[in-house]
Design a binder for this molecule. Structure first.
Ligand code: CP
Length: 338
């Protein structure tokens, strides 16, 4: 059994060095063109969902199957019970089992664990610690893959980078506009946190547009500013989505919940009611430089993005969703061949 501190986990994309990230992206492109030998033959992946998913669950299971492996899917709502994340907890509450025990036991059966952890949804300061996914990584003897925590969605960022490369080729100095969109559904900023860092790392110029009160996590953005300086990239945050999209090569639409209103749905609903015009339509997209449209999905049609844009020739949303499959296959092959 490998030493725990030598196991390569994927909690955020920053866990992969530049060379590994590049080779995964190249392999992803290859796997989209040609099928490969079943590199996961005889291996088993455990997928644990504490929140619902359509794309992540399906693409991950399909990826394991197409590589000759077997996946076991467990939903927290129906297949097992609450798990305690805190080290040293006196477990007289609702959770009958600790993550450290579950992680150690599942590591005896499985070759990789992929987890979409629960969010408490009461305090951003608490949820941003990502204690659940970190507890799995600290206590597993196999690689742990984050399938979207409060802070990060590395699998989405991998597919996003692959899609950006397919659409634009070399990403250095290409312009990405990320615009907040109105939605009645709460989503974490994990997709955008991961995307901002991933794009800057490739040398892209990134503009983020959002209404007042929808600022991204301050510590993630501090890292993003440092990364932009290191990579010679530009990072701008603005309340003017028209200015953000001007000259952009890709417009990425995404709704995320206000971290200022986190845990206060009444206040959040009242703020959101004032931002209904934050949607992507043809007029906005036309401000870009022949801009393509990306969205991680699920997308609320004609609330976040108009039908015309989603169904139009510049929409990349289905390629982007498809690329989840190829990039996860590449990731699995890399992580499990170490
Ligand atoms: N983009 C994404 O992660 O989709 P699901 O929530 O459906 O998995």
């Amino acid at each position: 059994m490998p030493q725990r501190d030598t196991i390569q986990h994927l909690i955020s994309l920053q866990d992969l060095d530049d060379a590994t990230l590049s080779s995964i992206l190249e392999l992803s492109m290859d796997l989209k063109r040609v099928s490969v030998a079943p590199g996961l033959a005889g291996k088993s992946a455990g997928l644990l969902f504490f929140r619902r998913s359509l794309r992540t669950r399906t693409s991950f299971e399909a990826a394991v199957h197409q590589l000759g492996g077997h996946s076991i899917n467990l939903n927290a709502s129906s297949d097992f019970w609450e798990l305690e994340a805190h080290e040293g907890a006196i477990m007289d509450g609702r959770a009958p089992e600790h993550i450290k025990d579950a992680a150690a036991v599942l590591s005896r059966y499985l070759d990789v664990l992929a987890i979409r952890p629960a969010l408490e949804g009461r305090s951003w300061e608490a949820d941003r610690k990502d204690e659940g996914i970190l507890a799995w990584a600290a206590n597993a003897d196999v690689p742990v893959i984050n399938m979207e925590s409060a802070l990060w969605h590395p699998l989405q960022a991998l597919a996003d980078l692959m899609t950006l490369r397919e659409a634009l080729g070399d990403l250095r100095e290409r312009r990405l506009a990320i615009t907040w969109t109105n939605s009645p559904t709460y989503a974490s900023p994990a997709v955008v946190h991961s995307l901002v860092l991933a794009a800057l790392r490739q040398g892209m110029h990134v503009r983020v547009a959002h209404p007042d009160g929808y600022e991204l996590d301050d510590r993630v953005m501090a890292s993003a500013r440092a990364l932009a300086t290191e990579r010679g990239a530009e990072l701008e945050v603005t309340g003017d989505r028209n200015a953000a999209v001007d000259g952009a090569h890709v417009v990425y639409a995404r709704s995320w919940q206000s971290l200022a209103d986190y845990g206060n749905p009444t206040l959040a609903a009242s703020h959101r009611a004032r931002t209904k015009d934050w949607r992507v339509d043809e007029a906005l997209l036309a401000r870009g430089a022949d801009a393509r449209l990306m969205h991680a999905m699920p997308v609320r049609r004609n609330v976040e993005v108009s039908d015309e844009v989603l169904d139009g020739p510049r929409s990349l949303i289905y390629d982007q969703a498809e690329n989840r499959l190829h990039s996860q296959k590449a990731l699995l092959l890399k992580l499990l061949s170490r």
